[in-house]
Ligand binder design. Structure first.
Ligand SMILES: NC(=O)c1ccc[n+]([C@@H]2O[C@H](COP(=O)([O-])OP(=O)(O)OC[C@H]3O[C@@H](n4cnc5c(N)ncnc54)[C@H](O)[C@@H]3O)[C@@H](O)[C@H]2O)c1
Ligand SMILES: [Zn+2]
Length: 333
C-alpha cells in the first residue's frame, strides 16, 4: 500500500509492504551516497539486511534509549557524517524507532542546512506515528523534544515484518498512539482494540493510522490548528514522562495514562481503561502530582494561565479546548 503525503516543502511516498526492507535500496533508488543511522537496540538481523544492500555505506549506531536523544548523541552523529564526507547531495537513511527517526531527522535537517532523509521505522510507535509529519527533535535538560525542526522525509518505508522482534512492552507502547488516533478521529479503529484478536489486524491498524496522520499533516503541517488534535493525552502525558526523568515510563504508556486523566466522560473512560488493560498498558502514573504539575507549568504549549488541550467526549470526535492550567491540577489528584 502506498500513500503520498503532500506538504509545502515536498511530496513523498509512504510505502507499507511486508518484506520491503529487503529491497529498500532498489525502492529508494537515490543518486549520491547514503549514510545509515540506527541504534544498538535494533536487532542486527534488520541492520544487516540494510547494510548488505549498501556495502560501501557507513552505518552510525548509537546507544539505544530515550536518554540518547540529546546534544551529545547529535554532535557525535553530525561529526561522523562530516568525517565520512557526507555532502549536500547525499541521503541519510534512518532504521529504527522514534528515537533514531527524531535524531537522524534532526541531523538531516541541520547538516549543511538540510539534506535528504529516508525513514525506515521499526517500532509500532514509529510506524504509526513518528515517521511521517516531519517533526524531528532532541530533548534538553529533561524536557521532551525541546530543540528540533520540521523536516519532511523524502520517503518512508514501513515493513511490519520487523515488528516480530519487538518486545511486547514496546509493541503495546506504540499501539497507544493508534488508540489515541481512534479516539480522536476514527471510532472503527478504536473498536479494533476492543476485540481480543487486535494483533491480527496490525497491518490494517498501521495503515489506518498512516492515512489519518497524512490527512492531518496535509491540512496543518506546522501544527497551527488541526494537527494539535494528535496531541490528545500528550499534555499530561509529557508531564508524566518528564517527571520521571524520561526513564521509567515509555512515551505511549504516558499518552495512555494522559488520555485517561484528561477525559471526562465516565463511560468512555471505562472503555479506554479496558483497552489499556488488554494491551497491558499502565492506567495510572505513580509520580508525585506536584512534580507533574510543575512539569505542566513548564510545558511549551502553556500560554500564561491558559492551555489548549484536546478533549474527547464522543469517540472519533476529538476537539480543542482552552482551559485554565489550574483546572488540570484536579485531574492529577
Ligand atoms: N517525531 C514525531 O512526530 C514523534 C511522534 C511520537 C513520538 N516521537 C518520539 O519517538 C520516541 C519513541 O519512539 P519508540 O517508541 O519507537 O522508541 P525507541 O526508538 O526508543 O525504540 C524502542 C526500543 O526498541 C528497539 N527497537 C527498535 N526497533 C526494533 C525491532 N524491530 N525489534 C526489536 N527492538 C527494536 C530500539 O532500539 C529501542 O531500544 C520518543 O523519543 C518520542 O518523543 C516522535
Ligand atoms: Zn506521541
Amino acid at each position: 500500500m502506498e500513500i503520498t503525503v503532500h506538504t509545502k516543502t515536498k511530496d513523498y511516498p509512504v510505502i507499507q509492504e511486508r518484506g520491503i526492507l529487503k529491497r529498500a535500496a532498489e525502492v529508494i533508488g537515490r543518486q549520491g551516497h547514503v549514510f545509515l543511522v540506527s541504534d544498538s537496540g535494533v536487532p542486527e538481523q534488520w541492520r544487516n539486511i540494510l547494510q548488505e544492500q549498501y556495502p560501501d555505506a557507513h552505518m552510525h549506531v548509537f546507544a539505544c534509549g530515550e536518554q540518547s536523544k540529546n546534544f551529545d548523541t547529535l554532535k557525535a552523529l553530525l561529526e561522523d557524517m562530516l568525517e565520512h564526507h557526507v555532502s549536500r547531495a547525499d541521503t541519510v537513511i534512518a532504521l529504527g524507532g522514534g528515537v533514531v527517526g527524531d535524531l537522524a531527522g534532526f541531523a538531516a535537517a541541520s547538516y549543511m542546512r538540510g539534506i535528504a532523509y529516508v525513514n525506515i521505522p521499526t517500532t509500532t510507535l514509529s510506524q504509526i506515528d513518528s515517521s511521517i509529519g516531519g517533526k524531528t527533535a532532541i530533548d534538553l535538560n529533561g524536557h521532551k523534544n525541546c530543540v528540533g525542526a520540521f523536516w519532511q522525509p523524502d520517503m518512508v518505508l514501513v515493513d511490519t515484518d520487523v515488528l516480530s522482534t519487538l518486545s511486547p512492552r514496546h509493541y503495546s507502547n506504540g499501539l497507544a498512539e493508534a488508540i489515541k488516533e481512534g479516539l480522536v478521529f476514527d471510532e472503527e479503529l478504536f473498536s479494533v482494540f476492543e476485540k481480543d484478536d487486535y494483533l491480527e489486524h496490525i497491518d490494517e491498524i498501521i495503515h489506518r493510522c498512516l492515512e489519518i496522520k497524512k490527512n492531518v499533516v496535509e491540512h496543518d503541517e506546522r501544527e497551527a490548528g488541526e494537527r494539535k488534535l494528535l496531541n490528545f493525552g500528550h499534555t499530561i502525558g509529557h508531564a508524566y514522562e518528564s517527571s520521571h526523568g524520561l526513564n521509567e515510563y515509555l512515551h505511549g504508556e504516558c499518552v495512555g495514562m494522559g488520555m485517561l486523566a484528561i477525559m471526562e466522560n465516565e463511560e468512555l473512560k471505562e472503555r479506554l481503561r479496558a483497552v489499556l488493560k488488554r494491551l497491558h498498558l499502565p492506567l495510572a502514573c505513580d509520580s508525585d502530582p506536584q512534580e507533574v504539575y510543575r512539569m505542566l507549568l513548564n510545558d511549551k504549549k502553556a500560554d500564561h494561565d491558559t492551555i489548549t488541550i484536546v478533549q474527547v467526549d464522543e469517540i472519533g470526535k476529538g476537539y480543542l479546548q482552552k482551559t485554565d492550567i489550574e483546572s488540570l491540577w484536579r485531574k492529577l489528584i
